[in-house]
Design a protein around this ligand. Structure first.
Ligand code: NAD
Ligand code: UFG
Length: 331
């Protein structure tokens, strides 16, 4: 298939492009490089030994998107492009709603105009809000505590409403849990701008001595050791989940959790990182971070049953691969 990958130079998008190319698909990337670099393209080509087509465009730009659909035979869209910093979304709600929701509408409209019937959307476990774990696809969505989460819930709704009146349209709403790790080559991985918000990039930067020590946000949650529990998933497993979703897509709306089903606490992750890489990660316990929930992990049987996909890489592999990328790539 010929797949348009929006946000394809970003963290999850670049790993997914490689997985698509390795599975024999062709890739057209559309990215405005607002949170990634064009060198990503060269790395995707180096790793996969395949060519890709790249358009530096904003996917909220209807004309630019139309130009791509008009001039290329597209079989499906994977829509990664989006702003993703939860805290920033509270500061800049309009920017988040515009970028994340309008991009979904523009792409869906182009699919309608050009008869493209496969769509895969990057959603997030954040749409479950503070439901009871494990999160199951059939649960009612709860309000999230930030505009970012709302843009994901809104995009899911837009795609669902569109699919409901266009029976030949297939849409997969993929709810990611906590993607971490990097390609085993150490060439691509997560390189956030500024001080990382997320745990794993913060841990790797502390290990490297770039940041002083990890601040563990709260040790009084109702969890095994009081620290927050998350479902960390290797980004390569996540990438393979997208290929499985695309290749097994059937008409209608399908929601899948992409996680491992296993919860890991902050302190467990720190310990796993230290043991996997034989390096110390100094930390201190500080107050809870506003908006955090105690536990978030997936019920994963639907993806396994319907897509034949499940995550294979363990927490040690995630820690090793994240560290290899950090050592190779960050100043
Ligand atoms: P990322 O920032 O590395 O990648 C997103 C890419 O989209 C970037 O390359 C950016 O330049 C591009 N982009 C943003 N807005 C654009 C626009 N209007 N037009 C064109 N390009 C645009 O982020 P990521 O971690 O790879 O996340 C990919 C998707 O997965 C996002 O939609 C994100 O919300 C979602 N997601 C991520 C996580 C996570 O923890 N990383 C969790 C759940 C969901
Ligand atoms: N944490 C720390 N110290 C840090 C960073 C994080 O203790 O410096 C803790 C958090 O309190 C939480 C856990 O580590 O308990 C994971 O936090 P992250 O910021 O890495 O991830 P979140 O679960 O908060 O959110 C991530 C993405 C969201 C996405 C969500 C989906 O940032 O975009 O996963 O589950 F929606």
């Amino acid at each position: 298939m010929n797949i348009l990958v929006t946000g394809g130079t970003g963290y999850i998008g670049s790993h997914t492009c490689i997985a698509l190319l390795e599975s024999g698909h062709s890739v057209i990337i559309a990215d405005n490089l607002s949170n990634s670099k064009s060198e990503s393209i060269k790395k995707i080509i180096d790793i996969s030994k395949k060519e890709v087509t790249f358009f530096e465009i904003d996917v909220t730009d209807e004309e630019a998107v139309d130009h791509i659909f008009r001039n290329h035979e597209i079989d499906g869209v994977i829509h990664f492009a989006g702003l993703k910093a939860v805290g920033e979304s509270v500061e800049k709600p309009l920017e988040y709603y515009y970028n994340n929701v309008v991009s979904t509408m523009v792409l869906t409209k182009a699919c309608q105009t050009y008869g493209v019937n496969r769509f895969v959307f990057s959603s997030s476990a954040t749409v479950y809000g503070d439901n009871t774990v494990p999160f199951v696809e059939t649960m009612s969505l709860l309000p999230t505590t930030n505009p970012y989460g709302e843009t994901k819930a809104m995009s899911e709704r837009i795609l669902t409403d569109f699919a409901n009146v266009n029976p030949s349209f297939s849409v997969s709403l993929l709810r990611y849990f906590n993607p971490v790790g990097a390609h085993e080559s150490g060439l691509i991985g997560e390189s956030p701008n500024g001080i990382p918000n997320n745990l794993m990039p913060y841990v790797t930067q502390v290990a490297k001595g770039k940041l002083h020590n990890l601040r563990v946000f709260g040790n009084d949650y109702p969890t095994i050791d009081g620290t927050g529990i998350r479902d960390y998933i290797h980004v390569l497993d996540l990438a393979e989940g997208h290929v499985a979703a695309l290749e097994n897509q059937t008409e209608g709306v399908h929601v899948y959790n992409l996680g491992t089903g296993k919860g890991t606490s902050v302190l467990e992750l720190v310990k796993a990182f230290e043991e996997a890489n034989d390096i110390e990660v100094p930390f201190e316990i500080v107050d809870r971070r506003p908006g955090d929930i105690a536990s978030c992990y997936a019920e994963t049987s639907k993806a396994k049953r319907e897509l034949g996909w499940s995550a294979k890489r363990d927490i040690v592999t995630m820690c090793r691969d994240a560290w290899r990328f950090e050592k190779n790539n960050m100043e």
